[in-house]
Design a protein around this ligand. Sequence first.
Ligand code: ZN
Length: 415
Amino acid sequence: MKVKIFIIIGMLMCSATVFGQRAKKVVFVIADGIPADVLESVATPHMDAIARSGRYLRAYVGGGKGTYSETPTISAVGYNSLLTGTWANKHNVWDNDIAAPNYHYPTIFRLFKDQYPQKKIAVFSSWLDNRTKLVGDGLPETNKIRVDIAADGYEHDTIHFPKTGPVHRMHRIDEEVTDKAVQSIRKEAPDLSWIYLEYTDDMGHAHGDSPQFYEAVEMLDKQMGRVWDAIRYRQDKFKEDWMIIITTDHGRSEADGKGHGGQSARQRSTWMITSNPALNTYPDHYIPGVVDIFPSVARYINITIPPAAGRELDGVPMIGKVSLADMKVNYFQNKLDITWMPLDPAEQGQVKVWITTTNNVKTGGADDYKLAGVAALGQKHLTVDVKDLPSGFYKVVLEGAHNTLNRWVMPAEKK
Ligand SMILES: [Zn+2]
């Protein structure tokens, strides 16, 4: 009898904990191809309001310029850097063909669904491939992840979205996608949603820096106002905490704003707006990258990232505690010179340096890391002798108390 009572009390306590927590929900938006300078010069009252409740940040895409992780400033490439928290050298989407995404680097949706199969994910998108190829809805390679709520594929529907008409077709599609997202947020409140809107990029390609492009950004702003209204409706009427992150996938060329894909400053220059006022100090010290969104969202909606996946992430969380950032590794004379920066000077911790010469994660395997050294966090550097570990490839992971960083090193003379 006692045992039963304990069990019942235990169950009640568990339930109280579960139901006492406010549900956390995330919406991330990619608005295509808007350089930071354009967003900052066009009147965007709705996005300004979201930023006032949270933050506006300059950001970047394109990976490590001139390094192994340099990543084309191309649309699908940027989306997948957000979805996987990695640069193109890992996720393997190099252009909009999306020929062979490497699903061994899981998307944020995949980790979320693996951990919370009963929770709902949603994709509202003006481009079908985002769900079918990048998220990989139903594919064996993604363990047949199921996107619970989807509104997309309108670009292939010439009946409801005829190719001619007084209003630009892609704007009409973006409007439909926004309507569907707003309805779903209000009624179904998916736990993790992606909204993708394309019209801004179409106007950028067609007209470059122009009134038409700026007007497209104003239209986007109105759409974001509707999404924000839906989120506030949920927050007011239900016990839910929502975070929205709005960003873009690339900037545009300096000359006329028409092109993108390269590594110039304006093509790499992006931005983020979030409603979350409780970011850590990382974006105060460093320009955040598109890959930083993954670990930030993970922390907000309590995704436990498996260690193997965590070691591959190229991003730093902008939410919660962070031990170290700004990792650099140089190879010289059979040694690896490794540096980092502590985020909080008051943190008294250690940094473990892990090294592997394999990259089995790329093909679905596991890497055998060796502990190459331990240093005080405040030491900010460590030199590791790799004379006994000759290789043309090193993967180095720094493990602090609150986050890990990784870099690849490919000594030139071993290539
Ligand atoms: Zn784009």
